[in-house]
Design a protein around this ligand. Structure first.
Ligand code: ADP
Ligand code: MG
Length: 210
């Protein structure tokens, strides 16, 4: 198997923190248009905290890294996205109890993450939430695993699907979260959580060199 391991997971965290810092203002602007403007700040605070814990961490599995992300995001991000991302990473951590994961493992992590988001937020595809990025991402990774592809290929397919999924939220009316209060005024604006999910999954693919 061509898998991804603990070094990949650590690099994913570092790249995630970097892209969240770089895109902080953009995420704030998106959330200002259809929410309360805190999403970029929330995630930046969360990933800065994760970064601060990384050097002292001694992960034995990919799951250990994901669990550190989960618990830190849960206690630092706040808002709707904190518990949603926290649950996603916690569920993902549970199915990544190995030093290396293959494409099927990547698909399992994303499926578990999606289940976590849905268990918490009860959103469906088309509700204009981060589910619109996570759901196609999990499906795309599973397709790569089914045809015998590698973990980096699964991550690249997931990132591309998440990016398309985030873009698909632009014309939608929101049915969950703060943006749902806006009705048709949410049309034409991207969901901030779907955008941040795409950024994080693009970071995961970049960390795998794909
Ligand atoms: P808040 O809305 O509390 O200010 P954030 O701004 O940090 O929280 O996060 C908003 C994002 O959370 C939304 O863009 C959306 O993607 C996601 N979100 C909100 N509610 C739900 C839900 N019920 N299910 C899935 N995702 C949700
Ligand atoms: Mg907000």
């Amino acid at each position: 198997m061509t898998g991804v391991g603990i070094d990949w997971a650590l690099d994913w965290v570092r790249r995630s923190a970097a892209v969240v810092a770089e895109r902080r203002e953009d995420l704030i602007d998106l959330d200002r248009l259809i929410g309360d403007g805190d999403h970029g700040e929330n995630l930046h605070r969360g990933y800065s905290a994760v970064l601060g814990k990384l050097d002292a961490a001694e992960p034995a599995t990919v799951g250990d890294v994901l669990k550190l992300v989960a618990t830190t995001l849960m206690s630092t991000v706040g808002g709707a996205a904190g518990p949603l991302y926290g649950t996603a990473f916690l569920r993902g951590a549970k199915v990544a109890d190995a030093a290396e994961i293959d494409a099927a493992g990547v698909a399992a992590v994303l499926a578990a993450g999606l289940e976590g988001v849905v268990a918490r937020g009860k959103a469906e595809v088309g509700d204009k939430t981060m589910v619109d990025a996570w759901s196609p991402a999990a499906a795309a990774a599973q397709q790569v695993a089914d045809r015998g592809g590698s973990a980096p290929e699964a991550l690249r397919a997931a990132a591309d699907a998440a990016r398309a999924g985030a873009e698909s939220t632009d014309p939608l009316v929101a049915r969950k979260g703060r943006a749902s209060y806006l009705g048709e005024r949410a049309i034409g604006h991207r969901d901030p959580g779907a955008e941040s999910s795409a950024l994080l999954l693009e970071a995961a693919a970049a960390a795998a060199g794909s």
